[in-house]
Design a protein around this ligand. Structure first.
Ligand code: PEP
Ligand code: MN
Length: 447
């Protein structure tokens, strides 16, 4: 991996319309920041991106299941050992549930170490008669509602890099330094979850895993695979100045990789076929996700395949479907059917969060656990009917005991939302709701 100036290699997106980009008041300052970012070391290696592409190939072929999750928006002041560990614990617990209860290899990918930028449906926000630009993520402007905070500041791109580096460092330490050892399967269950119905169900499953491990050890096998976890980082490739500055030529192959994360995805609001984001994604070799909302046409889906996966390599392209619980059963079948008929092998993943958001009377943006579950169910039903593979779930979650989504086994009510509503953007499943979901998905997968 070398650090050649990517601008000479990825110029093609620059002349194209790029949706959802910040309007920096000082373009010269932006250019300076980009030049500096271009000199920074890669956050991930091209070989690791290839590894994930191979793992996603197994997902696309129906041999593995993707668990992709994390915050809607990471925040600079939340880069702490506790927060990161709690998120990882949640994902590891969900991974254990899915692997054991559904008996399928689980590819674990965080929405982490780079998920600092948010597309917004409105460019301004009004409070008490004052209108300001919307918050677009810590990588762009400040969350506080004042004029100065909301001005896009390119220096924040450097903070995004450093926050991502610190997060990734900790993630690597946690996942390979003993913490993710399957023998820790009980320790991942935090006290507050233990007391919830899903936590108790998890304890039961952890005991079974323990028994299985003890049996294997007694029988003379103690595989090294159980001591560490393969874990990847992903985020939405939204800010093209940043992603492009972190795009490098791989010295092994001469190919381009966006070394800001292993997998990147293009969001529902930036997936225009003639736009800069799709062009950028077509040039890099990372595994790519595209969010598909309810208006996606068959032609669009087929064109994404032609543009992003011309070699038809399983694992290169993942369609992350986010239709809404009320639409997925109507809209998804035709897409899956026609894509399958085209001969392409993409990974199909459900994002049951973004099509199910509503505003509660209290003004909180929230989601009902039952709607989330219903969209996953619909997704599984569609694949079952067509004989195709429901490849995974993409969810917004946190390891903390927040009150942002309503419902779940340890039920959160609309009146509870104010208690711990901490998200910088969309509402996340809390620890207990995430575990509930993992158990329910494992059941659906098995059936
Ligand atoms: C997101 O993943 O946070 C997001 C904004 O999703 P979408 O692009 O599907 O709306
Ligand atoms: Mn979101």
């Amino acid at each position: 991996m070398n650090a050649e100036n990517p601008a000479t290699h990825v110029p093609s997106w620059q002349g194209l319309p790029a949706a959802q980009q910040p309007e920096y008041p000082d373009r010269a300052a932006l250019r300076e920041v980009v030049t500096e970012l271009e000199s920074y070391p890669p956050l991930v290696f091209a070989g690791e991106c290839d590894q994930l592409r191979a793992r996603m190939g197994a997902v696309a072929r129906g041999e593995a299941f993707l668990l992709q999750g994390g915050d809607c928006a990471e925040a600079f002041d939340a880069v702490s050992a506790d927060q990161i560990r709690n998120k990882l614990k949640t994902l590891l617990q969900m991974g254990a549930v899915l692997t054991y209860a559904a008996a399928v290899p689980v590819v674990k990918v965080g929405r982490i170490a780079g998920q600092y930028s948010k597309p917004r449906s409105k460019s301004t926000e009004t409070r008490d008669g004052v209108t300001l630009p919307t918050y677009r993520g810590d990588s762009v402007n400040g969350f506080e509602f004042n004029e100065q905070a909301r001005v896009p500041d390119p220096e924040r791109l450097k903070r995004m890099y450093h926050a991502s580096a610190a997060t990734l460092n900790l993630v690597r330490a946690f996942t390979t330094g003993g913490y993710a050892d399957l023998r820790q399967v009980h320790a991942w269950n935090q006290d507050f979850v233990k007391s919830s119905p899903s936590g108790q169900r998890y304890e039961q499953l952890a005991r079974e895993i323990d028994n299985a491990l003890n049996f294997m050890k007694a029988a003379g096998t103690d595989p090294a695979e159980f001591r560490t976890v393969e874990f990847f980082a992903s985020h939405e490739a939204l800010l093209l100045d940043y992603e492009s500055a972190l795009t490098r030529v791989d010295s092994r192959t001469g190919g381009l990789y966006d070394v800001s994360g292993h997998m990147v995805w293009i969001g529902e609001r930036t997936r225009q076929l003639d736009g800069a984001h799709i062009e950028f994604a077509s040039k890099i070799n990372n595994p790519i996700g595209i969010k598909l909302g309810p208006t996606t046409t068959v032609d669009e889906a087929l064109t994404y395949i032609d543009r992003l996966d011309p070699e038809r390599e399983p694992g290169r392209l993942t369609f992350i479907v986010r239709m809404g619980a009320d639409k997925v059963r109507d809209k998804l079948p035709e897409l899956v059917e026609k894509v399958t008929a085209s001969g392409a092998t993409v990974a199909w993943v459900t994002d049951p969060m973004h099509g199910n958001t509503f505003e509660a009377a209290s003004g909180h943006k929230t989601r009902r656990f039952d709607d989330v579950l219903d969209e996953v169910k619909g997704f599984f039903e569609v694949h079952k009917a067509l004989g195709t593979h429901p490849g995974g779930i993409h969810v917004e979650l946190t390891g903390d005991d927040v009150t942002e989504c309503v419902g779940g086994g340890d039920e959160i009510f609309v009146d509870d939302l104010h208690q711990r509503y901490e998200t910088a953007c969309d509402p996340r499943l809390n620890r207990s709701q995430s575990l509930d979901l993992a158990f329910l998905v494992a059941e659906m997968y098995r059936d």
